[in-house]
Design a protein around this ligand. Structure first.
Ligand code: IPM
Ligand code: MG
Length: 368
């Protein structure tokens, strides 16, 4: 049987640096576990614009549709700030999400014990934290029409539209309930039903899907602004949070900081099953391209490595190997290996991106 296929789109800024460390883990899986992937690489974001005048070529888009999973680094950078909106690096990523129909974005926020003191919150608020935000990723205000900047009388008006259909809400709700059943069986749905009709519909549909097919799962509803406060006040009250595209974007950055560093958070963006039964899937760190530290070997590769672990679990049914990678990360952190973003106020000597990758590979060796 052919090896499963992976398309690597390292992107811009620190993307290529952190992806280089993921490649070490992919190589390790082949050499030491006999788990081999057919890996191809291509461009996305600013680097694709530089090469082709577009942040994602049709050829790359077609490749992404064919492979078993896409691994993405990060896109964007100040060099591209002045570009026309339609060719900005972010448009490449949004096109991938939309055309692959990756409606369910899983963003786990887990606090490794060794990092509990690095959070800006108190240790008991975050120690042992393990929650997942399920963010709707292909609709809402990110894609709704009408949108644009228009002339109205003597002034310009900027318009974006929050739009959700019942089926879009129902399918992401299902994925949250399915996930909760494999965890602590609790879902909290967040919207602004107090001010938005799309929020009223969101709440109703999530409740209907629950009552019809998932009555065994504990469901609660919360206004998203209160949800933001609760995430900071006592995040351990949550298990799975399901929310729309824009609230999910904000709440997941907030949740990221609970874990100590944005450099730690992986994500999986999943769509409907393909003919081979695997879901359409793209894996990427939650962090961005961090242009301020790009090219200096300072970036933390853990979020990208943990994103690959999510690929092992969700695309390739290799949950044990995913856990092996996660345990290796945990061990390295427990041993005190730290990239610059994980240095506390007391200081110390940070390791480089490559040294962190090597330490994780060594921990993988030790796991055999
Ligand atoms: C994210 C990012 C993206 C988003 C940007 C880069 C388009 O912030 O994945 O959270 O807003 O979705
Ligand atoms: Mg974001």
């Amino acid at each position: 049987m052919a090896n499963p296929s992976l398309l690597i789109l390292a992107g811009d800024g620190i993307g290529p640096e952190v992806m280089a460390e993921v490649k070490k883990i992919i190589g390790w899986m082949g050499d030491r576990r006999g788990i081999r992937f057919d890996v191809s690489e291509d461009l996305v974001g600013g680097c694709a614009y530089d090469a082709h005048g577009t942040p994602l070529t049709d050829a790359t888009m077609a490749k992404a549709q064919e492979v078993d999973a896409v691994l993405l680094g990060a896109v964007g950078g100040p060099k591209y700030d002045k570009l026309d909106f339609s060719v900005k690096p972010e448009r490449g990523l949004l096109r991938l999400r939309k055309e692959m129909d990756l409606f369910s974005n899983l963003r786990p926020a887990q606090c490794f014990d060794a990092l509990a003191d690095f959070s800006s919150l108190k240790r008991d608020v975050v120690a042992g934290l393990d929650i997942v935000i399920v963010r709707e990723l292909t609709s809402g205000v990110y894609f709704g029409e009408p949108r644009g900047i228009f002339k109205e009388g003597n002034e310009r008006v900027g318009i974006n539209t929050q739009r959700y259909t019942e089926s879009e809400i129902a399918r992401v709700a299902r994925s949250a309930f399915e996930l909760a059943r494999k965890r602590r069986n609790k879902v909290c749905s967040m919207e602004k039903a107090n001010v938005m009709e799309s929020g009223i519909l969101w709440r109703e549909v999530v409740q209907e899907v629950h009552d019809r097919d998932y009555p065994d799962v504990e469901l609660s509803h919360m206004y998203a602004d209160n949800g933001a406060m609760q995430l900071v006040r006592w995040p351990k009250q949550f298990d799975v949070i399901v929310t729309d595209n824009l609230f999910g974007d904000l709440l997941s950055d907030c949740a990221a900081m609970l874990t100590g560093s944005l450099g730690m958070l992986p994500s999986a963006s999943l769509g409907a099953p393909m003919a081979n039964g695997r879901p359409k899937a793209l894996y990427e760190p939650v962090h961005g391209s961090a242009p301020d530290i790009a090219g200096q070997g300072k970036a933390n590769p853990i979020a990208c490595i943990l994103s690959f672990a999510m690929a092992l679990r969700y695309s390739f049914d290799l949950g044990e190997e995913a856990t092996r990678v996660e345990k290796a990360v945990e061990k390295v952190l427990a041993d005190g290996v730290r990239t610059a973003d994980l240095m506390g106020p007391e200081g110390g000597t940070p390791v480089s991106t490559a040294q962190m990758g090597d330490a994780i590979v060594a921990a993988l060796d030790a796991s055999l």
